[in-house]
Ligand binder design. Structure first.
Ligand SMILES: NC(=O)c1ccc[n+]([C@@H]2O[C@H](COP(=O)([O-])OP(=O)(O)OC[C@H]3O[C@@H](n4cnc5c(N)ncnc54)[C@H](OP(=O)(O)O)[C@@H]3O)[C@@H](O)[C@H]2O)c1
Length: 417
């Protein structure tokens, strides 16, 4: 095969964790013919690893520069990021992004801009950093029905949960450690409230099932109200609590989506996904189960995913959204009741428990913990009320026998309601 020699230039917008990571990867691969042609940042005073002359502070200097072959949008400002994606796609150009929030919230528009103007948007780095899951779903499972796609999609919350299980310290202490090590942002709310995992799940839904769903429509809870007691209870059953995003085929045309802290038994592939790692299990109708595990964030792993998109785009790669084109699936809540642990620092409000219309309810005698059986529809309906009351919610797998569960609530005198 003939080796093609070329010179290609990248317009880089954002030079933070991911932007610097991409820069390092491109520099290490200069022999392949790529270079960073222009870098745009925001803060003129910030100390940089490159001389000031390497930067512009005017994004239009990058966007209007037609000598750049590809744009990498790697900024932390979602509003500006969306404007950049719109402008580049309206110019019919190729743009790579890692911004899961912007992509999840605007995917229908971003797809139609590509169709209308012929531009290309790739965003592998937005879902699980270095794990090539979108490409896998498109290339290998584009024509095969999927039974389920589930995974640990957020490294920060997974790091905190791993710490809580191994060291049994406080949530606050584990969060501070995650922040010190750079695994969690100074404002960790997107991570610990489950929103970051939710954004990734919505992107996965488009590629795995052809579903375009806005994040607001999806059932989701985070780990921010977790307690030492919740960890102890799961551990007593040989389980670890993980924040799991899942997509499940309810019928041939319906898919359920949820992000929930979940008890994971040792036999589950997700059990061994620890610390800042991410893992995704794909269960396909004919291929069976497959598991991908890797670094879900970080400068070089995420920069590497952006680099893979850049070098593929230039060879003509683009998402074809095969499932979206074949048949549009709809979002369903799923009717199978969920067994849940509810836990609060104060007593659980009886009003709230009544609202949930649980088909089974067992409470500890101090009324701080309850095991309930609830339909997903009911849980979604009262999601905001549970969050306002700072209730920790965790899904418990069917493999755990209910009678053992009820008798293991922190009080020995747990009684059925
Ligand atoms: N960090 C990760 O591991 C990771 C993983 C997957 C996806 N992502 C996504 O990748 C994107 C970048 O994340 P990051 O961690 O690299 O963020 P970061 O470290 O906070 O860096 C953000 C960069 O964006 C620049 N920026 C912000 N607003 C701008 C504007 N209006 N115009 C021009 N530049 C602007 C900042 O400029 P200054 O340098 O001047 O402040 C900075 O260089 C985000 O969408 C994030 O969700 C991150």
């Amino acid at each position: 095969m003939k080796i093609q020699k070329f010179k290609k230039r990248i317009g880089l917008i954002g030079f933070g964790c991911v932007g610097q990571g991409l820069y390092d990867v491109v520099e290490a691969n200069r022999h392949l013919g790529w270079e960073i042609g222009s870098i745009c940042v925001k803060d003129k005073e910030k100390p940089r690893t490159l001389p000031a002359s390497a930067f512009t502070y005017n994004v239009q200097e990058v966007l209007q520069d037609t000598s750049l072959d590809i744009i990498a949008e790697l900024i932390s400002d979602p509003k500006e990021a969306l404007a950049i994606l719109r402008q580049t796609l309206q110019q019919g150009r190729t743009v790579i992004s890692a911004n899961k929030k912007v992509i999840a919230e605007n995917l229908p528009e971003l797809i139609s801009l590509q169709q209308k103007y012929g531009g290309v948007l790739l965003y592998e780095a937005s879902v699980c950093g270095s794990i090539p899951v979108l490409r896998t779903l498109e290339a290998y499972y584009g024509s095969e029905p999927l039974v389920e796609v589930r995974g640990i999609l957020n490294g920060s919350s997974n790091y905190i949960l791993s710490k809580l299980h191994t060291e049994r310290g406080s949530y606050q202490f584990a969060l501070e450690q995650a922040q010190e090590l750079g695994f969690a942002e100074a404002d960790p709310s997107l991570d610990v409230e489950g929103t970051d995992a939710l954004h990734k799940l919505c992107i996965l839904a488009a590629h795995a099932y052809g579903v375009l769903v806005h994040p607001d429509e999806v059932l989701h809870f985070g780990i921010n109200h977790i307690s030492a007691e919740a960890i102890e209870l799961a551990a007593a059953f040989g389980c670890r609590i993980k924040l799991v995003g899942s997509l499940k085929a309810v019928s041939t045309t319906q898919v359920s989506l949820q992000v929930l802290p979940t008890w994971i038994p040792e036999t589950d592939a997700l059990y061994g996904v620890e610390a800042e790692f991410n893992g995704i299990e794909i269960n396909a109708q004919f291929a069976g189960q497959q598991f991908l595990k890797g670094r879900g964030a970080g400068s070089h792993p995420t920069g590497s995913a952006v680099w893979a998109d850049i070098t593929s785009a230039v060879r003509g790669y683009r998402y074809t959204y095969p499932k979206l084109c074949a048949s549009k699936a709809a979002v369903a809540m799923g009717e199978e009741p969920l067994t849940l642990l509810l836990e609060s620092k104060d007593r659980l409000s009886l009003d709230l428990l009544n609202l949930l219309k649980a088909t089974a309810l067992y409470q500890s005698s101090d009324l701080r913990q309850a095991v309930v059986s609830v339909e997903p529809q009911q849980l979604k309906l009262h999601q905001d009320a549970l969050k306002r009351q700072r209730v920790f919610v965790a899904a418990i797998p069917k493999s755990i026998p209910s009678k053992h569960l009820f008798s293991a609530l922190t009080s020995a005198t747990a009684v059925p309601a």
